[in-house]
Unconditional design. Structure first.
Length: 388
């Protein structure tokens, strides 16, 4: 193959002595080249990069990720989101990509990270989050013309069987509430069970959020380690206010009155309007709430987490709420999110089992007595063989 030059500065092709084919392009005094075993393979490779700029920046991946986290994530996202992104980067991404030049990272490097995470048997959720974080960081690097293309665009996540969400068994609930009844948190956990609220949403809840007229709870804030901010979806959502939930709120108010909680009587603290304050009348920190739960768990010799109340709420709501109603109550952006998390739990297997019984009962009836006699013959023959 003789050397041929293409028009419009898109490079030249030639055949090498070892039989391979090479493409070379000059852009603003810089050269890049690609080799392949056939003209067709070479052309496919060239198509992917011919119009992309040559990147001369020697910025390392670790420098870019740290800059991206501080510039594009920290000021614009919730503190909890920033913390989550940073932890996932430092735990699963930094060791593999940190010392590489940002412009030299390819799709293979990203897929290798996912493969290593899969080897460690990490969850699909964690792998998807790592991919999301890398995609956001590399997309912004591409926008800033630091890399020729985003290497994360076509990265695949291994399909794994989702681990079942742990619910609280009836006997565990009984034991738990027996040990919680002498604490100031008894009505808090009762309320948590019948609303399915997230821990942060519960702690940020105010009396003004209770819409008794429309039988709903307005959830528009969440309390995380970084302080009070938007909910996880950054949207207002509405949780059904059942009669039980209303009763538990009434008992919670009575408890606060009995203990003369500053949240009701202190001028400054009462303005916060908190439903589930600490004994000092302030908003409870998430870690402190976990400590309360841990103390009850230890006394009861069981293990229950705040999110298990949420899972149990979903399980108990099965068949009572439509998917869209449950999606709204849980504060998910899309119904697919609800199905991804709780699809197996929401499957009505008992109803399906009843339908199978009905179908085969009618089938047996339709077969008539002759078929039943044949069944008996088969059973008798099997039993005789078993006796021998």
């Amino acid at each position: 193959m003789a050397k041929s030059k293409n028009p419009n500065g898109i490079g030249s092709y030639c055949k090498l002595k070892d039989g391979r084919y090479k493409w070379k392009q000059m852009v603003d005094g810089d050269t890049r080249q690609i080799t392949a075993r056939s003209p067709k393979e070479l052309q496919e490779k060239v198509k992917r990069i011919v119009d992309l700029p040559i990147i001369k920046d020697k910025l390392k991946a670790t420098d870019w990720f740290e800059k991206w986290l501080e510039t594009y994530v920290k000021p614009l996202r919730k503190p909890a989101t920033y913390d989550q992104y940073k932890i996932i980067y430092e735990t699963h991404i930094k060791a593999s990509l940190g010392n590489k030049r940002l412009a030299n990272i390819r799709q293979y490097d990203i897929q290798q990270i996912i493969a290593e995470m899969n080897e460690k048997d990490l969850s699909t959720w964690t792998m998807k989050h790592a991919r999301k974080i890398m995609n956001l960081a590399f997309s912004k690097a591409f926008d800033d013309k630091l890399i020729p293309e985003n290497p994360v665009r076509k990265i695949e996540i291994p399909k794994k069987q989702a681990k079942p969400r742990k619910t609280i068994k009836t006997d565990e609930l009984k034991i738990f509430f027996e040990h919680a009844k002498n604490t100031r948190w008894y009505w808090t956990f009762k309320f948590l069970l019948v609303t399915g609220l997230r821990r942060g949403e519960l702690l940020a809840l105010r009396w003004s959020d209770i819409d008794s007229e429309n039988k709903r709870i307005v959830v528009d804030e969440s309390n995380s380690s970084g302080g009070v901010g938007d909910t996880k979806s950054a949207k207002v959502h509405y949780v059904p206010l059942s009669e039980l939930a209303k009763y538990y709120l009434q008992k919670q108010k009575e408890m606060l009155i009995d203990e003369k909680n500053p949240a009701l009587y202190n001028g400054t603290l009462s303005k916060q309007d908190l439903i589930f304050p600490s004994k000092q009348g302030t908003m409870m920190k998430p870690d402190s709430f976990n400590s309360v739960l841990d103390r009850i768990n230890k006394k009861a010799n069981i293990h229950i987490t705040p999110h298990m109340f949420r899972h149990t709420f979903v399980f108990m709501s099965k068949g009572k709420m439509t998917l869209s109603e449950l999606q709204e109550a849980l504060g998910h952006d899309e119904s697919t999110t609800t199905l991804d998390i709780y699809g197996t739990m929401l499957a009505d297997t008992s109803s399906v089992a009843n339908k199978i019984d009905e179908v085969f009962a009618s089938l047996d009836k339709g077969l008539g007595e002759e078929a039943q006699k044949e069944d008996c013959k088969v059973i008798n023959l099997f039993q005789r063989r078993k006796i021998k």
